[in-house]
Design a protein around this ligand. Structure first.
Ligand code: GLP
Length: 249
C-alpha cells in the first residue's frame, strides 16, 4: 500500500475517531492562539463526521471560534439557498450548529458571472495562502476517483477553477436533482495543488461501492485518470475506511 489506511468496523466509529482528531487539532491551535485552517468536503461521506463535531460542540464544549474553513467545491451555477447547494449543506450539517464565525467559513460561490470566476478562484487560493495553507483537508472520493470536483484528467498542479462534471458524476448526483436534465454540468473546485499542499489529508470512504476505487487509488499507479492516486505522493495522507471500502486492499 502506498497510502496509509485505517480501517474501522463501521463508518460511525470511523467518523467519531476523525472528529476526535479534528477536535484535538482545533484545541492545539487554540492553545497557541492560532487559527485552525480546515478544508471541508460535502457528499454523504462526511455527514457522520459533521454530526459528531456538532455533538462535541454541544455536549463537550468544543469551540470553533478559531476555525477558518474552505470548502472544496460547489456546483455552478447554484443558488446558495437551493436544496442542493453545498452552502446549504454545510450550514445545515455543521455551520449553523457550532460557533464558527460566519465570516470564517468559505464555500465557492455558485452565483458568479462567468467573467468573475477566474479572479474569484485566484482570490480563494490567495486567502488560503495568506493563512499559511490548509492544516487539515477532509476529502471524500467519487466513484471515478475524483477529489473535490477534480475529475479524471485533472492535473496534479491544477488550480481552483470551473470544471465540467463527468457524465458518471452527474448520474450519481442526478437523484438529488430529480433527473439528469436538471443536474448541473459544471462546478467550481479547489484545484489538486492546494489539496496536495494541505499539511494533512484525511480521505473518508464507506461501503463496498467504493472498494474498487479505493484499491486503485491506494495500490495502483499514480495517474491523473484517478486524481485520488495523487495522494500517494502526499507525506501525511490517510484513507479512513470501513470494512467494506477496504475489502479489495
Ligand atoms: C461529490 C463531491 C465530492 C465527494 C463525492 C463523493 O462529487 N463533490 O467532494 O467526495 O461526491 O460523494 P459521497 O461522499 O456521497 O460518496
Amino acid at each position: 500500500e502506498n497510502i496509509n489506511t485505517v480501517v474501522f468496523e463501521n463508518s460511525t466509529d470511523a467518523s467519531k475517531a476523525v472528529a476526535q482528531e479534528i477536535a484535538a487539532l482545533i484545541q492545539e491551535k487554540q492553545k497557541e492562539n492560532k487559527p485552525c485552517i480546515l478544508g471541508l468536503a460535502t457528499g454523504s461521506s462526511p455527514k457522520g463526521l459533521y454530526a459528531e463535531l456538532v455533538r462535541l460542540h454541544k455536549e463537550e464544549g468544543l469551540s470553533f471560534k478559531n476555525v477558518i474553513s474552505f470548502n472544496l467545491d460547489e456546483y455552478y451555477p447554484m443558488e446558495p439557498n437551493s436544496i442542493n447547494s453545498y452552502v446549504r449543506f454545510m450550514k445545515e450539517l455543521l455551520f449553523d450548529h457550532v460557533d464558527i464565525l460566519p465570516e470564517n467559513y468559505h464555500v465557492p460561490d455558485g452565483l458568479l458571472t462567468k467573467e468573475q470566476i477566474a479572479d474569484y478562484c485566484h482570490d480563494y487560493e490567495a486567502k488560503i495562502e495568506a493563512l499559511g495553507g490548509i492544516d487539515l483537508q477532509i476529502l471524500g472520493i467519487g466513484g471515478n476517483g475524483h477529489i473535490g470536483f477534480n475529475e479524471s484528467g485533472s492535473l496534479q498542479n491544477s488550480k481552483t477553477r470551473l470544471v465540467a462534471l463527468d457524465h458518471i458524476t452527474r448520474v450519481a448526483a442526478s437523484k438529488d436533482f430529480f433527473g439528469l436534465s436538471n443536474t448541473p454540468r459544471t462546478a467550481i473546485t479547489l484545484g489538486v495543488k492546494k489539496i496536495m499542499e494541505a499539511k494533512q489529508v484525511i480521505l473518508l470512504a464507506w461501503g463496498e461501492g467504493k472498494a474498487n476505487i479505493v484499491k486503485k487509488s491506494v495500490e495502483d499507479e499514480v495517474t491523473n485518470r484517478v486524481p485520488a492516486s495523487f495522494l500517494q505522493e502526499h507525506n501525511n495522507a490517510v484513507f479512513v475506511l470501513d470494512k467494506e471500502a477496504s475489502s479489495k486492499l
